[in-house]
Design a protein around this ligand. Structure first.
Ligand SMILES: Cc1cc2nc3c(=O)[nH]c(=O)nc-3n(C[C@H](O)[C@H](O)[C@H](O)COP(=O)(O)OP(=O)(O)OC[C@H]3O[C@@H](n4cnc5c(N)ncnc54)[C@H](O)[C@@H]3O)c2cc1C
Length: 539
């Protein structure tokens, strides 16, 4: 079998990459060792940046339709049980409320799309069905990557099908999206480093069809997304997208204890079935490299984070989007030799930062949990003091998990060979997002008119934004960009708001909406800028 790109692993990252390549007309084969997507819980929240990416891929509406109803609150609680008054309530907007906030926001500080709660076991089959409909994409479940060899022009992968037969897949590039134990990464001899096996928990998946309708139960917390139980077992309950399925995580000794743990958490008799119980480990690990030669790695294959902050799959989706257009550009000949190497430069620093963000959030989680004392339920002044103290600390520390908009939107590629270097730049913040067009940053979302964002009018290639009625003569840059065959458009936006927020008359944006260059006048050497932007010359 021959293809342009072989993608190994049909988790959310491999599926997103295959769709992005297919939409760009790149032939790819996606192999997955499992026979079919599994109904096992993992991630449940696509963050705002991921939803922006899915919007540009034309998938956001389908994902929202398959995910949690837009009116359901996303609140987070700390409680003793679901039928007791919460110790802490952190309100977060439903998708509908967040969409209304975004509609009213004109300063570039909010994303184009809010988050969406959708369980990974819902998202993967949805993405699979999209990939299967793309003519350029061949999807093969029940196919396991075994080994690979590469030379200067090609990679040959040995793949075993469900019957045990092996076949050779020859590809110009291979991308390992094969998860935390990544056989592709191991084949390349690339190490992951950091903190492994930090905590072992059991996760149960429960079908409890009446639970959501009965909330609040007695004086218990209201409807929300996460319920952290203030105990000594790190127990937390997560609503899944149907509102009828729930997951419970706890550091119990035996899987058999997960039924009683669920009952204790709910606090009242409720009808439920346990669909699965599995063990998982918390890790904070980053790979030394994001590939070697013609083989690249993305997603959990190169970064493993604790789900605090929800930066696992979400970081991987952004890896996939960074790589997809660079592979297209290189295969179609308009991308220069710096383009594919820039993938590791750009994405590894974000992997590193997001491992750090996840560590920061998980330390916060540990900080408030360390305030637990065995007297927390006592009707004594000491018990009251324990409850108040834990709630006070959690009100600071739990927010670190749930308020990560800086990590989600504010990441900026520093030192990239395909970004025009402006020395300095704003501080990288996990918690706050300050809109910026500093080269390397994601272009902030700003309305051109009601319901239409600058993001919505930018196409899939490079775009030169001409803002605020500028009369700059940009013909030199336009000619230079087109000369190499790169997809390129000039977009004139006269509306005042984008110019005000962006602060510049001219902005060159790449296919993934990251800023390459900005200025008030045409670049002094447009040929050099075009060569740098397309990977033919260092910035
Ligand atoms: C409890 C929990 C909650 C989480 N919550 C969130 C969240 O809210 N937000 C978030 O962003 N992330 C979250 N995550 C993390 C998220 O689930 C992972 O980051 C995500 O699954 C990574 O996607 P991936 O595609 O890189 O890897 P995976 O999902 O691991 O997919 C890799 C795929 O490769 C396949 N594969 C492996 N070896 C081979 C081979 N030899 N040949 C062929 N195929 C192979 C595997 O079968 C698998 O399907 C959570 C994780 C857990 C455990």
């Amino acid at each position: 079998m021959n293809t342009e790109v072989l993608v190994v692993g049909a988790g959310p990252v491999g599926l997103t990459l295959a769709i992005a390549l297919g939409q760009r007309g790149v032939a790819c084969v996606l192999i997955e060792k499992k026979a079919a997507p599994e109904f096992l819980p993992k991630m449940e929240r696509c963050n705002a940046r991921t939803m922006e990416i899915f919007r540009r891929m034309g998938l956001a509406d389908r994902i929202r339709a398959a995910g949690l109803d837009r009116l359901v609150p996303m609140d987070v609680y700390v409680a003793l049980a679901m039928n007791e008054p919460p110790l802490l309530h952190l309100p977060y907007p439903s998708v509908a409320e967040a969409q209304a906030q975004i509609a009213a926001c004109t300063d570039g500080s909010m994303p184009r799309e809010p988050y969406q709660l959708i369980s990974q076991y819902t998202l993967e089959p949805l993405l699979k069905s999209v990939a299967e409909q793309l003519p350029c994409v061949t999807v093969r479940y029940g196919h396991e990557f075994v080994s690979l060899s590469q030379d200067v022009g090609e990679v040959t992968a040995v793949v075993r099908d469900a019957s045990g037969r092996t076949l050779d897949v020859r590809a110009q590039y291979v991308v390992g999206c094969d998860g935390g134990s990544s056989p592709v990464r191991k084949q390349l001899g690339i190490q992951v480093r950091g903190e492994g096996n930090l905590l072992r928990l059991y996760q149960g998946l429960y079908y409890a069809p009446d639970l959501f309708d009965r909330i609040p139960i007695g004086n218990g917390p209201g409807r929300g997304r996460h319920y952290h139980i203030a105990d000594d077992r790190a127990t937390f309950l997560i609503m899944q997208d149907s509102t009828k399925h729930w997951t419970l995580h706890a550091t119990v000794d035996q899987p058999a204890q997960m039924a009683a743990q669920f009952e204790r958490t709910i606090g009242v008799p409720i009808r439920f079935d346990i669909l699965s119980v599995g063990e998982w480990k918390q890790n904070l690990l980053l790979a030394d490299h994001y590939g070697a030669g013609r083989v690249f790695l993305a997603g959990d294959a190169v970064h493993l984070v604790i789900p605090t902050g929800g930066l696992g799959m979400n970081t991987g989706v952004a890896d996939a989007i960074d790589l997809a257009w660079k592979l297209q550009a290189t295969l179609r000949g308009w991308g220069g030799p710096n383009l594919l190497p820039s993938y590791e430069v750009e994405r590894r620093q974000i992997g590193d930062r997001n491992v750090g963000a996840s560590r920061y959030a998980s330390i916060g989680r540990r900080a408030w949990r360390s305030q637990y004392r065995p007297d927390i339920r006592d009707a004594t002044s000491q018990g009251q003091a324990t409850r108040e103290n834990l709630a006070r600390v959690a009100n600071v520390e739990q927010r670190k998990t749930n308020e990560m908009i800086g990590a989600e939107l504010g990441y900026r590629y520093v030192g990239s060979p395909i970004v025009w270097d402006e020395p300095g730049g704003p501080e990288h913040l996990f918690r706050d997002y300050v809109p910026t067009t500093w080269p390397g940053a994601r272009l902030p979302h700003v309305w051109v008119e009601e319901g239409c964002s600058v993001h919505d009018v930018i196409g899939d290639g490079y775009t030169l934004l001409k803002l605020g009625g500028t009369h700059a003569d940009t013909s030199g840059l336009e000619t230079a960009m087109r000369a190499g065959g790169a997809p390129f458009d000039t977009l004139t936006i006269d509306a005042a708001r984008p110019r005000d927020v962006y602060g510049y008359d001219l902005i060159l944006v790449r296919p993934d909406l990251h800023v390459v260059w900005r200025g008030h006048a045409s670049p002094s050497d447009p040929v050099q800028l075009a060569a740098m932007a397309t990977g033919h010359q260092n910035g």
